[in-house]
Design a protein around this ligand. Structure first.
Ligand SMILES: Cc1cc2nc3c(=O)[nH]c(=O)nc-3n(C[C@H](O)[C@H](O)[C@H](O)COP(=O)(O)OP(=O)(O)OC[C@H]3O[C@@H](n4cnc5c(N)ncnc54)[C@H](O)[C@@H]3O)c2cc1C
Length: 553
């Protein structure tokens, strides 16, 4: 069978993932003079959250008060972000943006001489011309121009390690995966690996973007022994019920035009947090209440004009087209919304240091696959900057190590594991399993459901599925094989979310417990950390340093 064919490739830096973080890392590393391969599960520049964005990003114009921006971001995260990391991202933003995205020729939307954009967390945003597709098309073209070897439709499944073990006590020396069309096996030997596989989500109708985002980077790094932090943090948003995209945000072009309302057009206001600031994690609670009371939740564009809506075609094309396809007449009609899992917003993930290096040598990470200790900086900005920094770190590391040695027995073992679902007959399909996963998610991990009883039940059910269903997971073709591997990662991810959520006996950021509804600064200025060690998962807490602000300041 075609899948038996094995390709072996070597490179200095392997980037996994073709969103803004991955493409930025690849361009930067290539410009620093090393060999770079970028492997993407779907098509680089056309997949992941980056292409579905609402359309603008924080660009930190020169007049921005950076000290104030740092403080605002820390407060908005409810003090859970790493303050030094936030400061580094904000302070390096202008320089990196001017050397990257602005130089690559990405265009911005203007009306007359005026740039369009909203304010995000108090910092001015600016809209991309052509929205996510416009942005990402230009970035991919730049990657091709500088000579990055882009390999589309290659899904990375597991990491190779210098000691041939999971969990490793050595370093990362490459990955293995397969071509999602031909099924052919690929072995990548690399001096350094940058994971940029985005966040995770559960597919439509409870998700926000394409099916290629299944927490693969988090899953493979966790199994290899990387430390994971603040996993209990997953965000939710209010979004259209008819599609997998966000609301077409008129707020992006003229702040405040779009409103969240009930069926009678009465505004649903966000909840303020303890310090009376807007916090995204809690913003969904009033919407949940409105749904429970039968008032429903809708997006209203009535403050805008038909002309404003035409502008949206240019900044959020996917979202705008989805509204049109669903038959909405904008700005007259109210758009039915639901509560949705917003994987790429606030969240946890791979623990990284200021060089975006994970706890395993040779393994770097950027963008939404990381713990995002900068969760209140806008997504594209954070992913771009961390992609750039990860490339600097990976190139430096690659210059210090010799050609990687891989272990044949580890490759054989992983190959057998990865192709396992193709050998199963009369098992469960990835879709059947995903339905179960989604139910557990909704009943135990979602907003308004997290408490000890539900979380304990979720842990038990996830353990049950891992034991009983995973070995019976079957795939009838290579597409299903890719999704089946994704299920394994989603389950590992959800398990960590549930266990970390049980440990954090308070509500903070995007983590909201019904049995502990208040933020507890006295006991919980801590991060929850998890790691796989010799087949056991260990959890512990680390104190959050507060060099810039203390809670309430
Ligand atoms: C609906 C929506 C609207 C948003 N709006 C905005 C906005 O207006 N402004 C803003 O700044 N941010 C916005 N964000 C957030 C922003 O999109 C993300 O923070 C950012 O795009 C993350 O980039 P990334 O490169 O880390 O991940 P992604 O863009 O998700 O890219 C991940 C890549 O990894 C690939 N991949 C995954 N698994 C594998 C694997 N196993 N092997 C190989 N490749 C793999 C995927 O195919 C994809 O190419 C929005 C997010 C969503 C979902």
């Amino acid at each position: 069978m075609a899948k038996e064919i094995t390709h072996i490739l070597s490179t200095d830096v392997l980037v996994v993932g073709g969103g803004i973080a991955g493409l930025t890392a690849a361009i930067r590393a290539k410009e620093l003079g090393v060999d770079v391969i970028l492997a993407c599960k779907a098509m680089a520049g056309r997949s992941g959250a980056s292409v579905f964005i609402g359309g603008d990003y924080n660009h930190y114009p020169l007049e921005t008060d950076l000290d104030e921006a740092v403080k605002t971001a820390i407060r908005r995260s409810e003090y859970i972000d790493d303050q030094e990391m936030v400061a580094m991202i904000v302070r390096r933003a202008r320089d990196i943006i001017s050397k990257s995205i602005e130089r690559w020729g990405v265009e911005y939307l203007k009306r007359g001489e005026k740039f369009r954009g909203s304010f995000y967390q108090g910092v001015p945003g600016i809209c991309f011309k052509g929205g996510g597709p416009g942005l990402m098309g230009t970035v991919r073209t730049e990657a091709e121009r500088v000579g990055v070897k882009i390999m589309d439709r290659i899904t990375a499944c597991e990491l190779l390690t210098s000691d041939g073990k999971h969990s490793t006590k050595g370093s990362v020396v490459g990955t293995v995966g397969f071509d999602v069309r031909s099924g052919e096996f690929h072995v990548f030997k690399a001096k350094a690996v940058v994971l940029a596989t985005g966040n995770w989500t559960i597919q439509v109708p409870y998700s926000e973007y394409d099916g290629s985002i299944t927490g693969d980077g988090q899953g493979m790094a966790f199994r290899a022994g990387a430390e994971m932090r603040k996993m209990e943090q997953i965000a939710f948003q209010v979004k259209p019920a008819h599609g997998s995209v966000c609301n077409a945000e008129i707020g992006k072009i003229d702040h405040g035009l779009q409103q969240t309302v009930d069926k009678d057009g009465k505004e649903i206001r966000y909840l303020a947090d303890k310090d009376k600031k807007y916090v995204r994690g809690k913003s969904v609670l009033p919407a949940i209440k409105a749904i429970k009371e039968g008032r429903g939740v809708y997006a209203s564009y009535r403050r805008g004009s038909a002309g404003d809506f035409l502008d949206l075609m240019d900044i959020a094309p996917y979202a705008t087209r989805a509204l049109a396809a669903a038959g909405y007449e904008i700005p007259k009609d109210l758009v039915l919304n639901q509560i949705s899992f917003y994987g790429s917003g606030q969240g946890g993930g791979l623990k990284v240091n200021k060089n975006m290096e994970t706890s395993i040598p040779g393994l770097f990470a950027a963008g939404s696959v990381t713990e995002r200790m900068y969760s209140s900086v806008q997504g594209i900005t954070g992913a771009l900057i961390t992609g750039w920094i990860a490339a600097d770190g990976a190139v430096r590391y690659a210059g210090e190590v010799s050609a990687p040695e891989v272990h044949g027995d580890q490759i054989d073992r992983l190959k057998s594991l990865i192709y396992g679902p193709l050998r199963v007959k009369d098992g469960v399909t990835y879709l059947q399993l995903r339905r179960k996963i989604r139910r557990i998610f909704e009943q135990g991990l979602g907003p308004g459901t997290r408490n000890k009883e539900n979380l304990d039940k979720a842990v038990e059910e996830i353990e049950g599925i891992k034991k009983e269903n995973l070995p019976r997971l079957m795939a009838r073709d290579t597409h299903e094989l890719m999704m089946a591997n994704g299920n394994r990662n989603i389950l590992d991810y959800m398990y960590l979310v549930a266990k970390a959520a049980l440990m954090r006996t308070e509500s903070r950021g995007a983590h909201l417990r019904t049995d502990y509804p208040e933020r507890d600064d006295e006991n919980w200025m801590k991060w929850v950390v998890a790691k796989m060690e010799d087949g056991e998962i260990r959890f512990w807490t680390e104190d959050i340093p507060m060099p810039i602000l203390k809670p309430g300041e």
